[in-house]
Design a protein around this ligand. Structure first.
Ligand code: DCP
Length: 139
């Protein structure tokens, strides 16, 4: 089997995160890794691959992680610079088909505005709370 060559990591890409809001509730997903983030809740998403647009990455990540098809992609909240040089961006997306299932997370939860303020969100996503709440009920 060929040995994979060491190569410099790509630290310039985007990490996309999806705000899926239905009936005034936001879908959150509970991380299983790495250990320092396990148990915390996030907007589902992940790293865009080389050549992918943010839309492509959102569609692929949500298919892989939740088993759903989504569309849309208006930005919500501010950019979050990550320590590795990537930038984390949230996008509002609509569910096109399927019901979200935790294929890559411990659990899923739909939260209203009050619950969003109380849940243990990953630190990077906390700055988005005020913008997200504008679209949520119950706060
Ligand atoms: N991240 C975050 N908030 C989110 C989504 C991601 O802070 N709502 C952070 C966690 C990681 C980085 O972005 O530091 C990349 O996210 P993932 O580990 O979820 O990305 P992938 O799913 O692409 O990673 P892998 O498949 O390598 O596990």
């Amino acid at each position: 089997m060929p040995v994979e060559r060491a190569r410099p990591a790509d630290h310039t890409g985007e990490v996309v995160a999806a705000a899926i809001i239905v009936d005034g509730r936001l879908l959150l997903a509970q991380r299983t890794r790495p250990p320092e983030l396990a148990g915390q809740w996030e907007l589902p998403g992940g790293k865009a691959e080389a050549g992918e647009t943010a839309d492509d990455a959102l569609r692929r990540e949500l298919r892989e992680e939740l088993g759903v098809e989504v569309s849309g992609g208006d930005r919500i909240g501010e950019d979050v610079p990550l320590p590795d040089g990537r930038v984390l961006r949230a996008y509002r997306v609509e569910l096109v088909s399927g019901t979200p299932v935790a294929l890559d997370h411990a659990e899923l939860r739909w939260v209203d505005g009050r619950e969003l303020g109380e849940i243990d969100l990953v630190g990077n996503d906390r700055g988005w709370v005020p913008d997200l709440r504008l679209h949520l009920k119950g706060w």
